[in-house]
Design a protein around this ligand. Structure first.
Ligand SMILES: Cc1ncc(COP(=O)(O)O)c(C=O)c1O
Length: 387
């Protein structure tokens, strides 16, 4: 009888993916500065006095970010049972949660209601039917549509309803004994400080509909949209505060209903710097292509259609690389031709940029880690560290 020798296998290669051979944190990695998160919260809170800020957890649900915002006094906007659980793990008071997603399974509404959530958004009859059945007594916020003009990431097409539908939904909700409100979102990375004016004018007219039903608006939700400091300049938070406060007074004063907002990007984006390594620099059809180790599938999904244009700087051995610089096409590392970050926008990078240099993608603390795939092409999901 012959015995089979065990196959000789190579020793498994143990790679610590968190540091490279020089002990430098391995890329890609997002570093979130929690003091900047706190500063952004305080700035927006000061700019919008009397507005209850519900942090849109989807922007960055990491525990240290939630802890910092809880400490600053934030309330919460959630999109799913997973986010409800994440919030309740840091803040046990469900009264501070608003379920702002207008697309919810009946079981998810029932779950939220059972956990004590009492504020839900809705934009059509079928969703209102679910809420009447599964969220008795809850405050229902009817979401009106907006044009999304002025925003880099518009949200108007998929969500919201027109004014007459909103009036009908509000009247129906009141007739079923629900407190009601109006909500809207002017589009994310919004540059126009006056974008809130038109939806607030609509809200004022809808308030009359609600009053005619013998009730009043229990809350008006100003949504999110406050921009990060991306590649192009944008108005600062105090300018948004002044314009929104004036529009609220103009349309809803003097007896202004309770106000809330749902900022996501504006609270966390500026706090995040995404460091990535240059994998390849090459010429293709007369253009310089720079390939880095982060892409559309590892966190930078908002570069889709080049909508969000990040500010990018180049570094070698920790020192900035500067001029002379030239236009590049910037692409991710995967074997998918859709994994191109910028082709039209053409970021400018130093001409002597070489393999192994690093790029810092600034104001990347929002909508990056959670967009990262679980392992497309075998690349790890985007890591997040805090300081
Ligand atoms: C319902 C809702 N609220 C708030 C936000 C946060 O928006 P922003 O990150 O632009 O502040 C979003 C973003 O998608 C949203 O869908």
């Amino acid at each position: 009888m012959t015995s089979l020798a065990p196959p000789i296998l190579p020793e498994p290669r143990v790679v610590d993916v968190r540091v490279d051979r020089l002990g430098v944190p391995a890329t890609p990695v997002l570093t979130v500065d929690l003091s900047t998160v706190r500063r952004c919260y305080r700035q927006l809170h000061a700019a919008l006095p009397g507005v209850d800020l519900h942090y849109a957890v989807k922007a960055n649900p990491s525990r240290p970010v939630l802890d910092a915002l809880l400490d600053e006094g934030a309330s919460w906007d959630v999109a799913s049972p997973g986010e409800i659980d994440a919030v309740l793990a840091v803040d046990p008071d469900p009264a501070r949660i608003s379920y702002g997603n207008t697309v919810k399974k009946p079981a998810d509404i029932a779950y939220a209601h059972a956990r004590g959530v009492r504020r839900f958004s809705v934009d059509c009859d079928a969703e209102l039917d679910k809420l009447i059945e599964h969220a008795p007594g809850a405050t229902l916020l009817v979401r009106i549509t907006t044009s999304g003009a002025g925003a880099d990431w518009a949200l108007g097409q998929k969500f919201g309803c027109d004014e007459s539908t909103a009036g009908r939904l509000l009247a129906r909700a009141v007739s079923h004994g629900h407190p009601v409100g109006v909500c809207f979102h002017v589009g994310s990375q919004q540059h126009d400080v006056d974008a809130w004016d038109e939806p607030l004018a609509t809200t004022a007219r809808l308030r009359e509909v609600v009053r005619a039903c013998g009730s009043d608006l229990a809350v008006v939700d100003l949504g999110g949209g406050f921009p990060a400091h991306a590649a192009e300049p944008t108005p600062e938070v105090p300018s948004f505060g002044r314009a929104i406060t004036a529009a609220v007074r103009k349309h809803l004063g003097p007896d202004v209903p309770p106000l809330m907002a749902e900022p996501g990007r504006g609270l966390v984006a500026d706090a995040g710097t995404l460091e990535t390594e240059v994998v390849l620099v090459s010429e293709r059809a007369g253009r310089r292509w720079v390939y880095v180790d982060v892409g559309l599938f590892s966190g930078l999904a908002e570069t889709l259609d080049e909508a969000i244009r990040y500010r990018i700087t180049a570094h070698r051995d920790g020192r900035p690389l500067l001029e002379p610089a030239g236009d590049v096409v910037l692409a991710g590392p995967t074997c998918d031709s859709a994994d191109i970050l910028y082709q039209q926008h053409r970021p400018r990078l130093p001409l002597d940029l070489r393999i192994g240099d690093r790029l810092r993608i600034h104001a990347a603390g929002a909508y990056t880690t959670t967009y990262s795939s679980v392992g497309f092409n075998g690349f790890d999901p985007l890591r997040e560290v805090h300081r």
